[in-house]
Ligand binder design. Structure first.
Ligand SMILES: [Zn+2]
Length: 271
């Protein structure tokens, strides 16, 4: 009887020790794994950098893919629209309607007439430039006082003030007038240029490299923010075949890169 009790005791003690051992062994194994999972990775802790994809002169014939593509890709883009073109064309009016209901597209002002292509004459009268901008706003029903001037890379954002080479001759005074009336005027940090047939001049890899280099080295107007001018022609191919998809996919491999609407660009923050 005593022997049996002893055997039970020994067996029980052994089981307890085994269980305790398992618990400690489990803890020992779990301990180094947990912090690795909890601690942020190097990538995630990198500062967030904002990319603003902007498209001028639309809506245009051939840009019908834009609406469905940005919805499918959940890609935020900003479009600067020219009202005169839209008013002349039912198809473009339909595109405008799609743009305005698409949460990934924000529509801004690129003037009503696009200066009629005569920039020097257009900019010689700042008040008529203001009228033209206000006409675009009214005709297209634009919600934001955000402008890109036709044919000029000029910025007026709070204390941020930048002219391109042509602005001194024409454009600078008009931009000042717009700023005085509460408009934000956006230029661009870099442009993805294209040939007449719509094929891009810089390769996808050249553009990716330029964007990465500028963001990492701070070579943009505002640190950690880059405004890119792209043309609707980039949307003429199907999305799967397009260079723009390749660009977006490559930029999205950076976890700290975020596509944002121009409206959220910081105002008055100069590097
Ligand atoms: Zn334009």
């Amino acid at each position: 009887m005593i022997k049996m009790k002893k055997t039970i005791l020994y067996t029980g003690s052994a089981l307890c020790l085994l269980l305790l051992g398992m618990v400690f062994a489990g803890k020992k194994n779990a301990a180094p794994v947990r912090p690795e999972k909890v601690l942020p990775t190097e990538k995630a802790s990198a500062p967030v950098k904002y990319i603003y994809l902007t498209f001028d002169d639309g809506p245009l014939e051939g840009s019908e893919h834009i609406d469905s593509v940005v919805l499918q890709e959940r890609l935020k883009i900003s479009v600067f629209l020219v009202g005169q073109l839209v008013m002349q064309n039912k198809k473009l009016q339909a595109y405008l309607g799609e743009y305005k209901t698409n949460p990934y597209i924000e529509a801004y002002n690129h003037s009503y007439t696009h200066a009629g292509g005569k920039y020097k004459k257009f900019y010689s009268n700042p008040v008529s430039v203001l009228d033209d901008i206000q006409q675009d706003e009214a005709v297209l029903g634009l919600h934001y006082k955000i402008v890109r001037l036709p044919g000029r890379n000029i910025w007026r954002l709070g204390s941020l003030h930048k002219d391109d080479a042509a602005a001194g001759e024409s454009g600078s005074a008009a931009a000042d007038t717009l700023a005085a009336h509460g408009y934000k005027v956006f230029g661009w940090d870099t442009e993805w240029r294209h040939n007449a047939d719509g094929t891009p001049i810089q390769t996808v890899d050249q553009m990716v490299k330029e964007i990465e280099t500028r963001l990492e080295s701070g070579a943009t107007l505002t640190k950690d923010h880059i405004v890119i001018l792209i043309h609707d022609e980039m949307f003429r191919k199907t999305w799967e075949e397009s260079e723009l998809k390749q660009l977006v996919d490559k930029l999205r491999t950076h976890e700290n890169y975020v596509f944002e609407h121009v409206r959220y660009y910081p105002v008055g923050v100069v590097k």
